[in-house]
Design a protein around this ligand. Sequence first.
Ligand code: GAL
Length: 417
Amino acid sequence: MTKLTTRLKGAVAVGLICASPALATDVEVLHWWTSGGEAAALNVLKADLNGQGVGWQDMPIAGGGGSDAMTVLRARVTAGDPPTAVQMLGFAIQDWASEGALADLSALATEQGWDDVVPAALQGFSKNDGKWVAAPVNVHSTNWVWANTALMAELGITQPANWGEFVAAMQKVKDAGHVALAHGGQAWQDATVFDSMVMGVGGPEFYKTAFIDLDPDALGSANMVEAFKRMETLRGFVDDNFSGRDWNLASAMVANGEALFQIMGDWAKGEFVNAGQTAGVEFQCFRVPGTEGTVTFNSDQFAMFKVGDEGAMAAQMTMASAVMSPVFQVAFNTVKGSVPSRTDISDEAFDACGKLGMAQLSEASASGKLFGSMAHGHANNPSVQNAMYDVITGHFNGEYDAETAAAELVTAVELAQ
Ligand code: GAL
């Protein structure tokens, strides 16, 4: 029996049992929120939609940064069976919109005034050809360090003020027999850390020239070599079992005091909170030393694929509307670890790290120091991003030295464009 026949039979069966077929008022959501904190945040959205009579069909594809989810999405679309709603980042949204695959949310956006409340940096990804094609649910940023408060106190370590102090602190932890840096050796995690090394070494102009403008001179420069050298320094502070470890397990190492630091986006906060910990109490957050004042951001957005069924379309609009609701943005982002994608929301309900994140986001935006995260699809298109991943992870695993890695980056980016 073909998949379509199975589906049709299923739909008929549902129609016979229920007065109105459930499928038309469901959203099928493809996403990569599979960790404890992520699932808790997703439940906030599910519950909101259920309360409005919209059912949820879950399509989880694990893997931070979403590369695996995007591969599955491509296969689904190629098979003529796209999910109705998809978690997406930055340039991927633009690619799908340019293919004409995404529903136009502009009528809803106009009615609800999204233009006035969504920051311009996000609108650049949510809109294509003047139309709203995605609803931004949050803003994350990648240049954070997460630290275990008790272990810091035990070892007499205070918040490092610069890269040198950060390295000295990690050495102290290592000497004391603890893991200095909790890390998972997966390409997207290596790249997440690399965002901060590039920003820390070269500053915002360099970050932009290398990662956004893709200038070959910047990509192959002495600054880039130095950024790779910093990765080698960090490599010396991870434990022997880092390879392949999921990011949330690395967060757990910090939460339970096995490791002192993790460099990770603020989705890590979702893990600490989900474990019952409080920002500023059991764990600390601060910007990666050397990147203070800057923010490398990514925004999770929900794009709706074009569907013919009116009920499904209505469910999509309900979901987009829910995502943009101010009340929902607070409920969701306090659990997720991110900050709201609207500028008109009070930080009152947010914890210490959330308040800091919101203030720093608006300061960085006002001072021109807010840039899209390369690791999370907001600096360049997916093929360039993946080419960068390969070089960064190859280098982190000893395939190249720093000089060769910078040269490889130039070549890989050129070929990917
Ligand atoms: C990011 C995403 C975050 C977080 C993280 C780890 O790409 O924007 O929401 O979930 O991956 O899975």
